[in-house]
Design a protein around this ligand. Structure first.
Ligand code: NAD
Length: 258
């Protein structure tokens, strides 16, 4: 049995993963705003620092893996918060926990990305690079210029930035070289409180019109299974992967992408 940190463990996909790992006999250190072993607000630098310190203390500086599932969906006016939680809430945590992941020799990290990365139009690439590099002020200013689209663009940009950060770091000496397998899982729509809130909002009609060829939404339990596989020895050779599990939307919109 191993020790795993799961951010966003109080709801949706993170909760399903945490339940699954506990059922399999592992120790889970959940991090969330509520109902978790560690209560922390990942939207602020101090919250992220406190979360890292608390995880290191609780784990004794040794982690078999990490699942970064805390995240915010697209909502108008939340562009800055989305960038803080979806990008820095992942990258700052992983930087802070890297030595504990390296300590076990073959740790696995799964970051929850999104298929919005390849299905959202008009995402400014420069803003994505700025988010990845931690220049949130200028990135968010640029994103807010996409009048009427700033929420979906902020969300997609945050997931693009975090996915790029993961691929870049996955292959570095400090990560792959230390036996840490860093990968991204990119879901399409999954029926969680996050998606419910979108379906119930004034953009619900647009959300419902998002084409999913298989004509159903994913479930948190399915993602818990995929993520458990990505944390298992079966995934020892998976490094820097972005695993798209989305009912066919990406293939529908980008049939020529390899
Ligand atoms: P959810 O809202 O059910 O769960 C997200 C969790 O993150 C919540 O428990 C919330 O409290 C926590 N969180 C949010 N802000 C936080 C903060 N500042 N500090 C600490 N914790 C915070 O959402 P979900 O659908 O399970 O989403 C999980 C991940 O999957 C997110 O990264 C989301 O972007 C991604 N995702 C979801 C879908 C979907 O359709 N549900 C699709 C693609 C990607």
């Amino acid at each position: 049995a191993g020790t795993y940190v799961v951010s966003g463990s109080a709801s949706g996909i993170g909760q399903a993963v945490a339940d699954r790992l506990r059922t399999d006999g592992h120790t889970v250190i959940g991090v969330d705003l509520r109902d978790a072993e560690i209560i922390a607000d990942l939207s602020s630098e101090s919250g992220r620092r406190e979360a890292v310190a608390a995880v290191l203390e609780r784990s004794g500086g040794r982690l078999d893996g990490a699942v970064l599932a805390a995240g915010l969906g697209p909502a108008k006016g939340r562009e800055r918060l989305i960038a803080e939680v979806n990008v820095l809430g992942v990258t700052d945590l992983l930087e802070g926990l890297r030595s504990a992941l390296a300590a076990t020799g073959n740790a696995k990290v799964v970051v929850i990305g999104s298929n919005s990365t390849t299905t959202t139009p008009l995402v400014p690439r420069r803003a994505v690079r700025r988010l990845r590099d931690g220049d949130l002020d200028r990135a968010v200013r640029q994103i807010r210029r996409r009048i009427g689209l700033s929420a979906p663009v902020a969300y997609a940009a945050s997931k693009l930035a975090v996915s790029m950060w993961c691929r870049e770091h996955a292959v570095a000496d400090e990560w792959a070289g230390a036996g840490i397998r860093l990968n991204v899982i990119a879901p399409g729509p999954v029926l969680t409180p996050l998606l419910r809130a979108q379906l119930d909002s004034d953009t619900g009609k647009q959300v419902r019109s998002f084409p999913v060829p298989i004509r159903q939404y994913g479930t948190p339990g399915q993602f818990a299974d995929w993520i458990a596989l990505m944390l298992s020895p079966s995934a020892d050779f998976l490094v820097g992967g972005v695993i798209m599990i989305d009912g066919g939307t990406d293939a529908l919109l980008r049939p020529d992408a390899w």
